[in-house]
Design a binder for this molecule. Sequence first.
Ligand code: PLP
Length: 475
Amino acid sequence: MQNTRPILAWETLLDVDSASGSDVAGPLRDRVENALRRAIDEGRLSPGAAVPPSRTLAETLGVSRWVVTEAYGQLVAEGVLEARTGSATRVAERQEMPEATRGIENPVPRDPAPASAPPIRYDLRPGIPDLRATPRSRWAAALRAGLADLPDRELAAAHPSGYAPAREAVAAYLSRSRHAVADATRITITHGATDGMGLLARELHRRGHRTILVEDPSWPRLRIVAEDNGLRPIPVPVDGDGIDTGQLRSLTSGTGARATLVTPAHQFPLGAALAPARREELVRWARDHDALVIEDDYDAEFRYDRRPVPALQRLAPDRVALIGSLSKSVSPALGLGWMLLPPDIAPAPSPSTPSLIDQAALAHFVTQGDFERHLRASRTRFRRRRQRLLDALTIELPELSVAGISAGMHLVLTLPSHVPASAVVDAGASEGLALTSLRRYTDATDRPDALVLGYGDLDDALVEEAVARLAALVR
Ligand SMILES: Cc1ncc(COP(=O)(O)O)c(C=O)c1O
């Protein structure tokens, strides 16, 4: 008689039949395990509480002892229960997940912002497109259509340079819109510009290259990926006309470098378009030295004072490899891009090609006109926002000079000599104003301190407020 009470209590406490919700008919072991987990989660079994010996609980629940030892074993492995030799198995002391973060519906945030840094309210980071304007429904439609059209036999086929319809769509877009000399056989679909740069660097290294001439300043990630693949970056200064081709030549004689990475349409981050004479000179340099020019065509579509400058690749399809990406023009979340390669360059197939379904979506997104519609709408929005930002800067900080405004999604604001950009950036972060110093893109110390202000993701309604806060920090 004495034993009945605890037996009934455990039976009620665990409620094995309802514990697994709709899966009442699931394996008994899982139902016992889930019932225990739920009792612990809901606080009916407290940390430190002993659970009955497996034989006792098995008898109570009318199940085999194996079922209970298996359930206990799983929960011990997960750290939910603790088994100590010579004493009872107990609920682990560290049951610290708060109610709101339990379960799949409420995952624990993976990267919580430090308590001291408020979330970004004024997003002036360069390189981020308008996240609010992500063409979600058009991309979803492209995914649906792309998937529906994918023939079964393609699903397991090798596509070393990418899915043919995606390559054809990108080649047509580059010819039409960037005036590139492109056909599908020379297109490789990539995860983006960084991926393309990595593949090219690896191929150059295989061909004996050990150095690459890079613009200074420039976006660090592409330099780093070149270096990771065995090419030492050699900085070449940039001025108001783009990369200094005179210096490029002299650095070539000094180092023997026969490859360069450039942003001719809109130098990143200073914003110059490569001057026509320098475009010619760059191509001449490549021919004279049997060299390769890598053209990072990252935001060429967003040109405001005139029509976009055609891709440099057009001048020398045999000497220029163009790399493109949807990261800045559509969304960094897509992880898609392309390379247009000279005929004699065929990098080893990538160990990780983009998802075939995503490539099928890309093909649809481009051929249905969604990509170019999105670019046109973005251009109009960015032009308006850029003007608003310039007007606000003229009112709030009239004494400061602004450069690199004719294209893209960012501009360069030179600071007064007594104001260090790093101090402004740090102070901005503490008020939700995300700023970037030009120093992030260069090791050279002879340039005036400046901020690279991105306006791709800046909320239109907050432009004036953001600039007023920036002006207060600068002053
Ligand atoms: C200069 C430049 N090129 C290319 C990219 C795109 O790189 P990815 O496609 O690897 O995201 C960026 C992104 O910020 C960039 O700033």
